[in-house]
Design a protein around this ligand. Structure first.
Ligand code: HEM
Length: 395
């Protein structure tokens, strides 16, 4: 359906969901023709790289205060819905725990996990990549990292979906599931913290519990708020990215062979496909003061969506970004956001994605979509409902 300049369909409904678009690049191109789109009574959209980047770098104006993201949580999501200067305190605690060298130490374990997952369907010659691979991998890695029982996997997946993908077509319909799930998440981590105080462990959760800034330790409430955010920020996003990357490669055999025949291509290929697909296509902000962008006035208190997906393919800012180059370097994409709220888990995500792509292609270098499949992308965060793949049975 053709959208007008306001991003509305002829029937008036908003059709600016880049996540579920068959071709988000084409939709982005259309949206970028105008610097700002205003969806009356809802939010403004910033579409161009220059404007999105400038907004990400002004957190005092484009704030991440709690009303920017409401997902059933009764307290702030730490550090996502905390603005500077308090935000700095949390990042000073969390950044070292998610630093590249700590995340690199997980590599061997992720290799084992990926291969165990592939073992489940390799000999069959087919799988639903989304359900069989992209969903379980990040959640299993997270449970290991936090020292939580693997038996909790299904419960974690239910908690993640209850917040990010609750049943219902409207916010009102989704709200009861979100609230109930949020209570379950708080209760789960409250119980876990109490157990850990009785019997200390040696894992990421223990490190968070033991951290302090300027001699002050995090309170239990703050730790709960951090754990809550990890579930919604660190599981679905990696699933989405895996779906996007494998969905792309299953339809682009030349690029798939380029990467399968030379694993040194994988790190830059992942950055490029994160840029191209932008699994998190937009980040929300609330204005603290009146501003004007491109002659469009926006008022204090109004919501603004920064379209990082549209910014990532803005060829007016970076010529050549309207096509895929798996060797692109440098590649200053915004798929992990930018500014103070730039993704805390990017190094963890990169390890998971690189190992997944490398180990999969060692065992299954050739695969394709099951004939007749029409891929359907999900709303909000770009993943696939199903990704049925077929390949020669592998060992
Ligand atoms: C490829 C996978 C991932 C993508 C595409 C992604 C994307 C993003 C983006 C765009 C933001 C910025 C949000 C904003 O500015 O409002 C963000 C923030 C964040 N991400 Fe990720 N993320 C990924 C994986 C992870 C993982 C594995 C974790 C693990 C804990 C994680 C934890 C976080 C946290 C805690 C924040 C908030 C940071 C802050 O506010 O200071 N993310 N992510």
């Amino acid at each position: 359906m053709e959208a007008d300049d306001e991003g509305r369909s002829p029937s008036g409904s908003v059709v600016v969901d880049l996540a579920s678009a068959d071709d988000p690049r084409a939709m982005s191109r259309m949206l970028r023709q105008q610097r700002v789109h205003t969806i009356e009574g809802m939010f403004h959209l910033l579409t161009r790289r220059e404007d999105v980047e400038a907004a990400l770098r002004k957190p005092a104006v484009y704030t991440s205060r709690p009303e920017a993201v409401q997902l059933g949580n009764i307290r702030p999501l730490i550090p996502l819905s905390v603005d500077p200067p308090k935000h700095v305190k949390y990042r000073r605690i969390l950044d070292p725990l998610f630093a590249p060298k700590h995340m690199a130490a997980l590599e061997d374990e992720v290799v084992t996990l990926v291969n165990q997952i592939v073992d489940r369907f390799a000999a069959k010659g087919s799988c639903d990549f989304h359900e069989d691979f992209a969903v379980p991998l990040p959640c299993t890695v997270f449970l290991r990292l936090m020292g939580l029982p693997l038996a909790d996997l299904d419960m974690f997946l239910e908690m993640k979906d209850g917040i990010i993908r609750p049943p219902g077509a409207t916010q009102e319909e989704q709200e009861p599931t979100r609230r109930r799930t949020a209570q379950n998440i708080y209760a789960y981590f409250e119980k876990t913290l109490a157990e850990r105080r009785r019997a200390p462990t040696d894992d990421l959760l223990a490190q968070i519990m033991g951290s302090s800034v300027d001699g002050v330790q995090l309170t239990d409430e703050e730790i709960l708020d951090i754990c809550f955010l990890f579930i919604i920020a660190g599981l679905d996003t990696v699933t989405d990215s895996l779906d996007c990357i494998f969905g792309y490669l299953s339809q682009e055999p030349e690029h798939r062979r380029q990467l399968a025949s030379d694993e040194s291509v994988i790190p830059s290929a992942i950055e490029e496909l994160l840029r191209w697909e932008s699994p998190v296509p937009a980040v929300p902000r609330v204005l603290s003061e009146d501003v004007e962008v491109g002659g469009c006035p926006m008022k204090a208190g109004e919501h603004v969506m920064l379209l990082i997906g549209a910014a990532n393919t803005d060829d007016a800012a970076h010529p050549g970004v309207d096509s895929v180059d798996l060797l692109r370097n440098p590649n200053p994409h915004l798929a992990f956001g930018g500014g103070v709220h730039r993704c805390l888990g990017s190094h963890l995500a990169r390890i998971e994605l690189r190992v997944a792509v490398r180990e999969w292609h060692k065992r299954i270098p050739e695969y394709e979509l099951v004939p007749g499949t029409v891929l359907q992308y999900t709303e909000g965060l770009r993943s696939l409902h199903h990704l049925p793949l077929t390949f020669a049975p592998a060992g």
